[in-house]
Ligand binder design. Sequence first.
Ligand code: FAD
Ligand code: NAG
Ligand code: NAG
Ligand code: NAG
Ligand code: NAG
Ligand code: NAG
Ligand code: NAG
Ligand code: NAG
Length: 357
Amino acid sequence: MRLFFLLLLLPHLALSFETPSIFPRAPTVPNASKFACKCVPGDQCWPSEKEWKAFNLTIGGRLRKAVPAAAVCYNEFEGKSYYDKAACDELIQNWTVQEAIIETTLNPIRPYYSNMTCWPTTNPNETCTIGYLSSFYIPTTTATAPTDLSLAINFARHKNIRFLVRNTGHDFMGRSVGYGSLAVNTHELKTVDFAKRYKGPGKYDGSAVTVGAGVQGAELYALAFKQEPKVVVVGGECPTVGYAGGYLQGGGHGPLATIYGMGADQVLSFDVVTATGDLVTANANSHSDLYWALKGGGPSTYAIAYRMTVKTPPEVPCAGMIININSTHTNDSALFWKAVEAFHGLSNLYVDNGMFV
Ligand SMILES: Cc1cc2nc3c(=O)[nH]c(=O)nc-3n(C[C@H](O)[C@H](O)[C@H](O)COP(=O)(O)OP(=O)(O)OC[C@H]3O[C@@H](n4cnc5c(N)ncnc54)[C@H](O)[C@@H]3O)c2cc1C
Ligand SMILES: *[C@@H]1O[C@H](CO)[C@@H](O)[C@H](O)[C@H]1NC(C)=O
Ligand SMILES: *[C@@H]1O[C@H](CO)[C@@H](O)[C@H](O)[C@H]1NC(C)=O
Ligand SMILES: *[C@@H]1O[C@H](CO)[C@@H](O)[C@H](O)[C@H]1NC(C)=O
Ligand SMILES: *[C@@H]1O[C@H](CO)[C@@H](O)[C@H](O)[C@H]1NC(C)=O
Ligand SMILES: *[C@@H]1O[C@H](CO)[C@@H](O)[C@H](O)[C@H]1NC(C)=O
Ligand SMILES: *[C@@H]1O[C@H](CO)[C@@H](O)[C@H](O)[C@H]1NC(C)=O
Ligand SMILES: *[C@@H]1O[C@H](CO)[C@@H](O)[C@H](O)[C@H]1NC(C)=O
């Protein structure tokens, strides 16, 4: 199964099994072990309209064709007009706001990865193209996520097209964006269930919370604070980063990590869909190798998580301060760098005392 994942997500690796030519893109064997490149729009092997339609039916009509958010600023996108001056003006205002980019469903927070081919503009005569955004996406819901993910990953595998998960679009390396891909958007998976006592396998018997994959840091912090007694989660520093998406599977560091350990250390159980489309629970007793790999092995690598349960340690009193090193008292740059050096020299002391710097 692991080999299979490599082929799915790093298609160039498949070349080592193949002749150097990347053509044809069509699968040469039925089971993916010899695929060359993924099929992209325009290729003969790209699914036909009829196939997309049939797929849409199997997932209850939840498939969406990707239209860039800024298409509202243009006379035309792929032969159709989405022009809406008021919506465009609002988008221009919002385009620097992280929350607004997250809501676009497709755009990355680092714009570079979209190829910036459909930017908000006051001139509707300019050209808007899809760039590197997905071709189709599924805005999944709590009720349908397991089925949506399973059907989508199976469709992508059978049709040899790219597949990706897009949560908030924070990924620094653009992994939540992908040309010619079918994306599942997990942003609406917002369920949160606190439990005073975790009853699952393993040694832990403290309090816990089960969250959907779309829950963001600030949302969970606010809810944890409302519990009686108050609890915490080891979330990130950035309030809009997904708590349960890429963050946990990438390790996850944040203000409480020096006290309680990394974010990934807190996970007790993952409910996931594997690359074979199977629904699996990964914890201390069930698929424990997958459980171990998911706890920091990198998002989008071992499985797609739609729900997980994490520890909720007790609240801790916190205090914060800001050190300001500026030119009010001196412009001596050698002295400035001496101060920076002293600051870094104390790093171990900060960590040993539970500080986040
Ligand atoms: C402004 C900013 C501040 C940040 N602050 C912190 C911080 O304080 N601490 C920290 O540790 N990190 C921080 N990060 C990094 C952040 O945690 C990672 O980029 C993380 O991968 C984002 O996850 P996401 O789900 O929100 O974003 P996305 O970009 O939507 O997804 C990121 C990756 O995770 C995959 N993924 C998403 N959901 C799932 C899922 N359910 N199952 C499997 N794969 C999934 C995506 O396919 C993609 O590969 C920050 C990033 C930014 C841009
Ligand atoms: C692919 O098919 C071949 C031949 O039928 C088989 O030996 C191999 O195990 C299959 N690989 C996968 C990943 O299913
Ligand atoms: C999928 O079906 C729904 C419901 O009929 C429809 O609204 C939607 O536009 C379809 N998606 C695509 C990509 O055609
Ligand atoms: C713009 O931002 C406002 C306030 O954050 C929000 O209510 C609105 O939905 C956003 N509009 C768009 C088009 O993103
Ligand atoms: C867009 O094109 C139309 C028709 O050619 C022209 O009348 C109009 O001035 C153009 N608008 C801008 C902003 O260039
Ligand atoms: C990406 O941007 C470059 C530079 O503008 C352009 O030449 C190329 O056609 C774009 N590719 C896609 C797929 O949008
Ligand atoms: C410099 O730091 C002092 C506090 O030591 C603060 O009062 C002042 O506003 C700062 N000046 C600038 C330019 O940031
Ligand atoms: C340092 O330089 C700034 C900008 O030239 C000036 O405003 C400030 O007074 C200087 N500070 C000292 C302590 O001389």
